[in-house]
Design a protein around this ligand. Structure first.
Ligand SMILES: [Zn+2]
Length: 93
């Protein structure tokens, strides 16, 4: 069983969370060519090992998190609030 440490609620079972997908994924601009959108939606990488994914603690505080985990061992490597991750990315830009 996957257990995720929510920064606000503490250690919780993964059943309290909703997985919303890859946190490293970037979509093309809205007016990008159709082929680029098809590539982005259907031809995604499927990495083995460390991944970063968005989770929402929907049966708890309802906040969004970025969870880094190893998708082979299910070891949770880190959990950060999604807004802090976004702010850090903007600082680097
Ligand atoms: Zn929570």
């Amino acid at each position: 069983m996957l257990r995720i440490h929510c920064p606000w609620c503490g250690l919780r079972d993964h059943e309290e969370f909703t997985l919303w997908g890859e946190a490293t994924r970037h979509f093309p601009a809205l007016d990008a060519p159709h082929a680029q959108w098809v590539q982005s939606v259907y031809a995604r990488p499927n990495p083995r090992g460390e991944t970063q994914e968005f989770f929402q603690h929907n049966l708890g505080c309802r906040r969004w998190l970025v969870v880094s985990r190893n998708n082979l061992t299910h070891e949770v490597l880190s959990v950060v609030p999604a807004h802090e991750r976004s702010a850090a990315k903007e600082d680097r830009a």
